[in-house]
Design a protein around this ligand. Sequence first.
Ligand SMILES: [Cu+2]
Length: 73
Amino acid sequence: MKFFPDSLAVNKGDTVRFVNKDLVVHDVTEELKQTWTSSPLSTGKSWDLVITQNVAYFCSLHVVMKGKIVVKR
Ligand SMILES: [Cu+2]
């Protein structure tokens, strides 16, 4: 019931893979305006995101689950 790690620094253009290792369904949704979402990911499913800018995200199914990715300078 949490993103781990919940903060990550990557290079611009890197792909981040979110893997659901929990027993319940989660998603990855852009936090500010919900401009994108992974759609629901069941156990064992993964979803890739190419990082072009800093992003804050959350799980729209469990809104306390939050994380962020920052682009290294
Ligand atoms: Cu969730």
